[in-house]
Design a protein around this ligand. Structure first.
Ligand SMILES: C[S@@+](CC[C@H](N)C(=O)[O-])C[C@H]1O[C@@H](n2cnc3c(N)ncnc32)[C@H](O)[C@@H]1O
Length: 246
């Protein structure tokens, strides 16, 4: 009787991964979101060369913002745009500006594309990429008028705190991409993360920070995520810092 040789178990080389601020990235798209993605991703989602995973970035890649948006205009970027509610709202309010959304959760990006089309915004582009990597190399220096981070994952367990996006290491990346006079705006519903953000901004080189909570930023609509926080009685904290000239 012929007995086949066992196929040797080949271990895939392990891709080295830094600690990242996210876990979920994919998930199945509903038919509606898949159609939105198919219709709009070629024109409105940046084509990014990867180094390893689907959210990684070839460190040699430099983004040409004028090419990505088809025009020169001040650019506002949101990290962790979720379902795209805030960025599409802001884009509609400011048609003379470019809005770049970085988000690793593909169904969220697909929802953002669908909302953008539904409401008629043309000045939004999405990028499925780890924001920390994008800030370090992909974006040109001083290329942003504003950097917004609304309700980043709080990673509230002590053992997970190291996954938080906003950290002392993140501050120089923000300083690299925000132009002098531009703003870094943050919001969270998690008080302990707000206190941590406050410490990061207090220590961040190259920023003018008032040292107090900012008034609610009027350009920020209440997202589903924020209303969940409000429903369970959390306080919402806004923070902002202005990039100084060198
Ligand atoms: C708690 S949700 C908030 C979403 C949205 N800003 C809102 O207010 O509804 C945080 C989002 O940040 C995204 N995210 C986390 N780390 C990221 C990273 N390093 N780069 C890009 N997106 C990230 C997550 O996928 C998630 O959608």
């Amino acid at each position: 009787m012929f007995v086949p040789e066992p196929i040797p178990h080949v271990r895939k080389p392990r891709v080295h991964r830094e600690v990242v601020s996210f876990t979920r990235r994919g998930g199945r798209l509903t038919e509606r979101l898949q159609k939105g993605w198919d219709d709009l991703s070629a024109t409105h989602v940046l084509d990014i060369p990867r180094s390893t995973t689907s959210t990684s970035l070839d460190p040699e890649f430099r983004l040409d913002l004028a090419k990505a948006f088809g025009r020169e205009a001040p650019t506002i970027m949101e990290i962790g745009s979720g379902r795209g509610e805030s960025i599409v709202h802001a884009a509609l309010e400011n048609p003379d500006k470019n809005f770049l959304a970085l988000e690793v959760y593909v169904p969220g990006v697909a929802q953002g594309l669908v909302t953008m089309r539904h409401l008629g915004a043309t000045n939004v582009r999405f990028a499925v990429v780890d924001a920390a990597a994008a800030l370090a190399t992909m974006l040109p220096e001083a290329s942003l008028e504003e950097l917004r981070v609304w309700f980043p994952d709080p990673w509230h367990k002590k053992k997970h705190n190291k996954r938080r996006l906003i950290s002392p290491d993140f501050a120089p990346l923000a300083a690299r991409v925000i132009q002098p006079g531009g703003y870094w705006r943050l919001a969270t519903d998690w008080q302990e993360y707000a206190d941590h953000m406050h410490e990061v901004l207090s220590e961040a080189a190259g920023f003018d920070y008032s040292g107090t909570w900012a008034p609610r930023f009027e350009g920020r609509p209440v997202t589903r995520f924020e209303s969940n926080g409000l429903e369970v009685g959390r306080d919402i904290r806004d923070l902002s810092a202005r990039r100084l000239s060198e």
